[in-house]
Structures are given as structure tokens and as C-alpha cells.
Design a protein around this ligand. Structure first.
Ligand code: HEM
Length: 493
């Protein structure tokens, strides 16, 4: 412990038994562990307390950890892939369906990214918009019908199914409707939607328990094991069906694009194996819906809490779409307010709280403290580095009133390096366009039609605004963070 602390020159930070990465101790207990979600729970406070935008973590791990909330250093590390590669073990649980672009590094990552990148094309973004619009029209007409007031026990009951339906069709060419997909098709014991939801929400079980225990354990474990098998079977079927299709009609969903790019690869050594194809398809599925579903859930909750901000957003939508015309993909560039609402939500609640990197070699950073002191921090090889975007997004040096919800701050100039919900550099999010297109389409179409409010519930009368905000925005944590329970009302305008 002393040796590890000395290796980083006793730089201030956490001194705990467990680190925030210890899966078997995922709690925040003073002196024992900061807990896995400390960056969102304490926001910027730990950095403010120590007076530096870089702090350390010394624990039972044999190597130190660095936590960074400084934009310039964050950008430098994201841009230098060879010096600061990804510790691929951090994402071991996302490799359970096969190797993929997120869990690889070096030449293997390059090979996979080359084949995966063309899938995220402009044509795919257009498809995302059109399909999102269709899913929402189905909800408006067939699920909410002519009701003027729709009450939801939890906003996730809307955003999760919508984003699953969108990734189903724009990711895999599998069109489903809200009500049709309630019954499992023959040969399956679970619907695709349910299998996907269960697996991504409880993926951590796969790391904690061996397969035999999952199959014979508690009902919850067995349910997870079944969902895992079902999802694997669905993914195989989808790849096989697409391969076997006699006529390959022009399709722009991610999976078709990925399979086409793999078949077009002339260098057979560069082609992806079946396992890598399934692994990437699974990754697109998880990365493609959960991040966006959770961001939209926070966005609607924030809009419901901040009626004045919602009104400003709505007035802007009326000016962009004056004749109550339905928005189309061509409107995307005019819908900068919708993107600003999404960005402000991503600033306050970035789904990926911290981006993991490690130092490939011994190096050092020269840093300046909040009081102007300059010091050099030695960084030994194999130091684990967490780019704490959730804390950086609340750093008051770059974000005035950092805890306030103010979408308009994204309409003017802002420090782009201090806003990294999608990471950046060569390993930045490949699905950013997909996520932004879907997010803007959902926010625009719903807020143009419905006013969103917090549902009044018995037992909470007389609650202060601060208390209500705290209750509705309390975070749960699966692969990404989400609002634990936010009951909202959608009122027809
Ligand atoms: C709000 C939406 C989204 C957010 C905030 C987000 C965030 C991120 C972040 C932070 C990373 C970097 C992770 C790391 O380096 O450890 C990442 C990578 C990735 N994302 Fe996203 N993402 C979003 C939507 C999507 C969507 C819709 C897809 C696909 C349909 C997607 C696919 C991927 C893939 C494949 C990678 C790995 C890229 C690589 O390592 O080369 N993401 N995303």
C-alpha cells in the first residue's frame, strides 16, 4: 500500500481497502471503498476537496488508479491510443457473446473497427430517424390512443421499449410493434425484447457466478440464464437468415451493413469470424439501446421538473415546425434545441460515468492545483486511469452553475473538451450519430405533442422542489446509470 502510494508521490485522493472497481464490494463506505458510482453521487466534490483536477486511488490493488476531471489531460489521453490503451479487462462482461470492437485493443481493434465503421452511415442515420418516427406514431395511435392524459409509473416504461424497437429495426432489420411482441415466437420461450432487456440489465451476474450456478441457482439466476441462451439463439438466427437470403435487398440496418462489409473484405485474414460477428452484433444491441433509453429517461424527468425550460424548448419547436407539421430527418440540423436538451442531459447524467484507460509506459503529468501550485505527478506503467466525465461535466471552472439544467448553454460557445459523454479520439463512440438522431427524434416528436409533468402521488404532499428532484433523479446502475423510478404524466397539448 505504502509502495503504491509512493509510486504516485503520495498524490492526494482515496485511501481505501477496496477500489471503486472491486465487483465483490460495490458499496460506498468511508475508508472501505468509494463505491462504483461515486463520480455521479459526489459529482465534482472529491476533486474540489483535494484541490486538484486529478486525484489518485490507493487500495488493495497492486497498481495505483488515477481519476481525471481535467479537459486538456482528458483530450490528450483519449487521443494517444498507444500510450494510453484501453484496459480490455474492464469490459470483460461485454465479451460474453464473442469478441467485439469495444473489448479489443491494438491491431485486433483496428481490424474490427475497419469492418464495423461503414455500418454507421448517413443512410443508417436516416433509417434511425424514420423508424423512430414510426415507432412513436404506433405508440401515439395504438397504445396511448385518444387519451388526453397518459400516466406512467416510471418513465423507463416508455423509453426502454421505444429504443429496443428502434434498435430492433435500425440495428437488425427486425420490425416489431409495441403490442405484437408480447408473445414469444415458436421455438423460443422469451420474446427478443424481453431477452435483450434481461441480459443487459443483469449482465453482471455472468461475471459473479459460473454458468452451472446460474442454471441451477435462484429463479432470478435461472431467468437470466434462459434470457442469455435465448438472446444467443436469436442473434444466430438473425445472422444465418441474413446470410441465406437469396436476394440481398438494399438494407441499411447495422447488422446488414456489418455482414456486407465482412463479405466485401477481400483480405480473408481481415474478415471477422462468426464469433466476432455475433459479438459485435450483441455489442451494437446493448450499446445501441441502453445508453439512449437511459438518457431519454433522464431528459423527460428533467423537463418535467423544470417546466420553464420545457416551455422554452416547446416554443422553439413551434418556431421550427410552425404548421404543426411532423418533423423529418431533413429538419435535424434545425432542431438544435432538441440536441441541446439531449446534450445538457448527457452532461448531467452521462451513461458511461468514467472511461477506462491505462498507462502503457512510465510517464508523468505536470499539473496545476486550484490554488495555482504546480507539481509533477509520476505515472507508472500499468496505472489504471479513469477519465471521470461525470465529474468533469460538473467542474465549475467550465460549467457555470454546474448542477443547474440549462439546455441553452449548448446553443452558444462552450468548452467542447470538457464535454465527453461519447468519449473521443480514435476510440470515441462509433454510434454517436445513431444515438443523437434517435434522441432528437424522440424528444422533438413527444414534446411537440405532449406536455410532460411529474405525477403527483399520495405520501409526497408538501415535498420541496429540491427533495423532489433528489427523489426523481436518484440513479440506479446497470451497465449504465438510469433514474430508479420517475413517475411522469404526458398531457396532450
Ligand atoms: C447516448 C448515446 C450513447 C452514449 C452516451 C455512448 C457512449 C459511448 C462511450 C463513452 C464509448 C467509449 C467507451 C470506452 O471507451 O470505454 C462508446 C463506445 C462505443 N459505442 Fe457508444 N454511446 C451511445 C450510443 C451508441 C449507439 C446508439 C451505438 C450503436 C448502435 C453505440 C456503439 C458503440 C460502440 C460499438 C463503441 C465502441 C467503439 C470502439 O471501441 O471503437 N453507442 N460509446
Amino acid at each position: 500500500f505504502q509502495r503504491v502510494a509512493r509510486s504516485v508521490d503520495n498524490w492526494p485522493g482515496f485511501r481505501t481497502v477496496f477500489s471503486d472497481r472491486t465487483v465483490l464490494f460495490p458499496f460506498s463506505v468511508r475508508g472501505l471503498s468509494p463505491g462504483p458510482a461515486w463520480t455521479i453521487n459526489s459529482k465534482y466534490a472529491e476533486f474540489a476537496r483535494h484541490g486538484w483536477d486529478v486525484i489518485t486511488g490507493i487500495s488493495i490493488y497492486p497498481t495505483p488508479q488515477l481519476y481525471i476531471a481535467d479537459p486538456t489531460l482528458t483530450k490528450e489521453i483519449m487521443g494517444a491510443r498507444a500510450r494510453f490503451p484501453k484496459p480490455t479487462s474492464s469490459y470483460a462482461l461485454l465479451a460474453t457473446f464473442g469478441t467485439n470492437i469495444l473489448v479489443t485493443e491494438g491491431d485486433e481493434w483496428k481490424r474490427q473497427r475497419k469492418i464495423a465503421a461503414p455500418a454507421f452511415s448517413e443512410k443508417n442515420n436516416r433509417l434511425v430517424w424514420d423508424e423512430t418516427a414510426k415507432v412513436l406514431d404506433d405508440v401515439f395511435q395504438n397504445v396511448w390512443g385518444d387519451r388526453d392524459v397518459v400516466e406512467l409509473d416510471n418513465i423507463m416504461d416508455l423509453t426502454v421499449p421505444v429504443t429496443l424497437l428502434v434498435i430492433g429495426v435500425a440495428g437488425f432489420g427486425r420490425r416489431m410493434s409495441w403490442s405484437e411482441d408480447q408473445v414469444a415466437p415458436s421455438g423460443h420461450s422469451m420474446t427478443f425484447k424481453d431477452a435483450m432487456y434481461e441480459v443487459s440489465h443483469h449482465l453482471v451476474l455472468k461475471v459473479l457466478f459460473p454458468d452451472w450456478l446460474l442454471r441451477w441457482g435462484t429463479p432470478a439466476m435461472r431467468h437470466f440464464a434462459t434470457a442469455h441462451d435465448e438472446l444467443m439463439a436469436y442473434l444466430h438466427e438473425m445472422v444465418v437468415a441474413r446470410r441465406a437470403a437469396e436476394v440481398k435487398d438494399e438494407r441499411f440496418d447495422l447488422m446488414s451493413n456489418l455482414l456486407d462489409a465482412n463479405e466485401d473484405e477481400t483480405d480473408s485474414a481481415a474478415k471477422l469470424s462468426d464469433s466476432a460477428l455475433i459479438g459485435n452484433v450483441f455489442l451494437f444491441l446493448v450499446a445501441g439501446y441502453e445508453t439512449t433509453a437511459h438518457t431519454l429517461a433522464f431528459a423527460f424527468t428533467l423537463l418535467a421538473l423544470h417546466q420553464d425550460e420545457q416551455e422554452a424548448f416547446y416554443q422553439n419547436l413551434k418556431s421550427v415546425l410552425p404548421t404543426d407539421r411532423e418533423p423529418t430527418y431533413e429538419d435535424f440540423s434545425s432542431l438544435s434545441y432538441s440536441l441541446a436538451v439531449m446534450n445538457e442531459t448527457l452532461r448531467l447524467f452521462p451513461p458511461v460515468l468514467a472511461i477506462p484507460k491505462e498507462s502503457a509506459e512510465d510517464t508523468a503529468f505536470t499539473l496545476t492545483s486550484h490554488t495555482g501550485e504546480t507539481r509533477t505527478l509520476p505515472v507508472p506503467a500499468q496505472t489504471y486511469i479513469a477519465l471521470c466525465v461525470a465529474s468533469m461535466h460538473r467542474n465549475p471552472r467550465f460549467w457555470p452553475e454546474p448542477d443547474a439544467f440549462r439546455p441553452a448553454r449548448f446553443l452558444g460557445a462552450y468548452n467542447r473538451d470538457a464535454f465527453q459523454p461519447f468519449s473521443g479520439g480514435p476510440r470515441g463512440c462509433i454510434g454517436r450519430g445513431f444515438g443523437e438522431t434517435e434522441g432528437v427524434a424522440v424528444l422533438t416528436k413527444i414534446v411537440a405533442r405532449y406536455k410532460v409533468e411529474v405525477r403527483e402521488e399520495p405520501g409526497w404532499e408538501g415535498e420541496t422542489f429540491e427533495r423532489r428532484k433528489e427523489r426523481l433523479l436518484r440513479c440506479g446502475h446497470s451497465l449504465t446509470i438510469f433514474p430508479e423510478r420517475a413517475p411522469l404524466v404526458f398531457r396532450r397539448r
